[in-house]
Design a protein around this ligand. Structure first.
Ligand SMILES: Cc1cc2nc3c(=O)[nH]c(=O)nc-3n(C[C@H](O)[C@H](O)[C@H](O)COP(=O)(O)O)c2cc1C
Length: 336
């Protein structure tokens, strides 16, 4: 018989209030959803952010990458720490460390398809054995006082009847607090269209919150996804990388039925400056520049000269160079 850690009632109450508010959630994205990007997304309306996935073995070893991913500042809330691994007992231990690090709740990755992860029995590999996934989730749930959520896909593929509906019921049965469904199979990777109908079928059968994920790119998409599926909220990944304003667009549409105009040029440049400043503050000039750079082209997409700016940014080695480039594009000057 597994022992159960008593619940942290206030953390559960906060979680339930959040997941009842039709949240717009920043997806966990390796090499993207770092502390700086979470801060950016919060300023433009993200209600909850997930960390990049953290390897439970690295986390338990105290590896540098895991330590960085697990560092949550006081303003970095509410943030869920996402963990992945193949060994239930190690995942349970890792969840305890994540909880101590200040996670609002802990999410288990059961959806990553990349061979390095799924081939080692972690991520989407759990979809090949739903009973093992449920038993693992139960062990993690019992190990910590915080809510535990699961993020997974509709099935491994190419089955025609997806296991997600049955899985949702079984995960709810062992005390998982909510589920995010990336509406593709693992075999699809990021290709093809997300089929939201599976999130609907799952939500219909459970009382806990199901978050719909996959191809939500605008306020309109979010409204349509929630109407069609009856799900409790949306999780957004790729669109946010280039257009974090998607979160405020979702809030405006869901809360007030409004469709917001696209951000102004001033807002676009202001966000570039903010992202750069926060990245350099957190990571130093060299690394901050590397990390921020990949977003700036997207923030300025549609602006005249943005394609050339993107190229120039990749060659820039210092902050002053980047600021000078941004100023020139903002003044409408040509960049060779
Ligand atoms: C660059 C990148 C990294 C990702 N890393 C993770 C991850 O660490 N954990 C995870 O559960 N999903 C990860 N995903 C999947 C996303 O969280 C999300 O499920 C997927 O992109 C579909 O949502 P979207 O259509 O809104 O992008 C990643 C996706 C991308 C594009």
């Amino acid at each position: 018989m597994l022992e159960t850690t008593p619940r942290d009632e206030s953390a559960w109450e906060r979680f339930e209030a959040l997941y009842r508010s039709r949240p717009a959630i920043l997806a966990p994205m390796e090499d993207v959803s770092d502390a700086v990007f979470r801060r950016v997304c919060r300023t433009v309306g993200a209600d909850v952010c997930f960390t990049e996935f953290v390897n439970c073995e690295g986390l338990l070893r105290g590896a540098e990458t895991a330590r960085r991913k697990l560092t949550l500042s006081a303003i970095d809330q509410p943030t869920a720490v996402q963990i992945y691994g193949s060994n239930p007992a190690r995942l349970a231990e890792a969840a305890q460390v994540a909880a101590e690090a200040g996670a609002a709740f802990v999410d288990i990755n059961c959806g990553c398809w990349v061979p390095k992860v799924a081939g080692a029995g972690a991520g989407a590999a759990w979809l090949r054995d739903p009973s093992a996934m449920v038993a693992m989730a139960e062990m993690v749930v019992r190990a910590i006082s915080l809510p535990v959520t699961v993020k997974t896909r509709i099935g491994y593929g190419p089955e025609s009847h997806m296991p997600i509906v049955d899985l949702a019921q079984r995960l709810e049965g062992v005390g998982v607090a909510a589920l995010t469904v990336h509406c593709r199979t693992a075999e699809m990777g990021h290709t093809g269209k997300a089929d939201w109908v599976w999130a609907q079928r799952a939500q219909e059968k459970v009382r806990f919150a199901v978050m719909v994920n996959g191809d939500v790119c605008s306020g309109e998409d979010a409204a349509r996804a929630l109407e069609r599926t009856g799900c409790a909220g949306v999780m957004i990944g790729r669109r946010a990388i280039e257009h974090p304003w998607v979160f405020r667009e979702v809030r405006a549409r869901l809360d007030r039925g409004e469709t917001l105009a696209l951000p102004t040029l001033e807002e676009r440049f202001a966000l570039c400056h903010l992202h750069l400043a926060w990245a350099v503050e957190a990571l130093g000039e060299r690394e901050g520049l590397r990390v921020a750079r990949r977003h700036l082209g997207g923030y300025l997409s549609g602006v005249q000269g943005a394609a050339r700016l993107r190229k120039a940014l990749h060659q820039a080695r210092a902050m002053d160079e980047v600021y000078a480039l941004l100023d020139r594009v903002q003044r409408g000057e040509y960049i060779a």
